[in-house]
Structures are given as structure tokens and as C-alpha cells.
Unconditional design. Structure first.
Ligand code: SME
Length: 155
């Protein structure tokens, strides 16, 4: 998708989410709604979801798309890379990332972002897979970073 079109769509999604998320401050409910809206409005999203950091493990949380791995092997793959670096990872082609965990062989590119709570601790990793190569870039990273900030926002 062209960057301008992508930006416009992310802006509209952000506004829609603001009106949905105001109804509760429950983070899990907000995560679930964010997955549903993004997944159904973004053509390049094939799998959209959260891996929750629980007792040092990454365990699947709210998601939309094909059935995913329940738990991700520690320190392996793209989600763990985002967690260990406390920074987003944008991967143009999953096949060039050593240790990439393929929950579904149709995934071709990926973006992962840490979710920080109000104390600045990482509580989950947000992960989006695309069935197209080079689906994600800085536009996605910026927009998704803002979108994730809605989870702990006081409206
Ligand atoms: N590819 C991820 C695993 C999660 S699935 O893509 C849903 C990784 O390498 O961490």
C-alpha cells in the first residue's frame, strides 16, 4: 500500500479506536479491540496479535488471524528480539532473519513492537505478520507505536 494511503487509514483507525476504547480501561479488552480493528481494516495484515510476557515467557494473547504458536521459545525469533532490545523490529523478509519462528508458512514479512505499561515496563509484544514481503515500513512503526499508547491512555 502506498505510504500516503496507509497513513490516512491509520489515522482513521486511531480515531475509531479512541471512540471504542473509551468504554473501558481494561488493557486486555483494549488489546482485543485493537487487534480486531487493525486486522480487518488493513489489507496487508495476515496475523495481528499480542504475545503476553508472563513469568519470563511469551504466551499468546488476544489475536486475529490463523491459529498461532501458544508460546515462543525463549530468546528465539522476532518477538523475543523486540523484547530483548526493548525496541521495534521491522522485517522485510522473514526468511532472512535467523531463528524466525514460523507459526504459519504463509507469513512473509513482519513487524513487532514492545508494549509498555504506565510504569515503562514491557508487558507484551505486539506482532503483525503479512503474507506479502516488504509490507511494513516506518509508517507502520510510527502509527502502531501511537496506536499501542491507547492501551494505557486515560481518556
Ligand atoms: N514470527 C514470530 C512468532 C509469532 S507468529 O508470527 C504469530 C517470531 O519469530 O517471534
Amino acid at each position: 500500500m502506498e505510504d500516503k494511503k496507509k497513513e490516512g487509514r491509520y489515522e482513521r483507525i486511531y480515531k475509531q479506536l479512541e471512540s471504542i476504547l473509551v468504554k473501558t480501561d481494561d488493557p486486555l479488552a483494549r488489546m482485543a479491540s485493537i487487534c480486531a480493528v487493525l486486522h480487518h481494516k488493513m489489507d496487508h495484515f495476515f496475523w495481528t496479535g499480542f504475545y503476553m510476557l508472563k513469568s519470563g515467557k511469551l504466551v499468546v494473547g488476544p489475536y486475529q488471524g490463523p491459529v498461532a504458536c501458544q508460546e515462543l521459545e525463549k530468546d528465539k525469533g522476532v518477538c523475543w528480539a523486540a523484547l530483548n532490545n526493548a525496541a521495534p523490529v521491522v522485517l522485510a523478509d522473514v526468511h532472512v532473519f535467523p531463528g524466525h519462528i514460523a507459526c504459519d508458512s504463509r507469513s512473509k514479512s513482519e513487524i513487532t513492537l514492545p508494549l509498555f505499561n504506565k510504569k515503562g515496563e514491557i508487558v507484551a509484544i505486539f506482532d503483525v505478520d503479512s503474507d506479502r514481503v516488504r509490507a511494513f515500513n516506518q509508517v507502520d512503526q510510527l502509527a502502531l507505536t501511537s496506536t499501542l499508547q491507547l492501551i494505557y491512555k486515560a481518556f
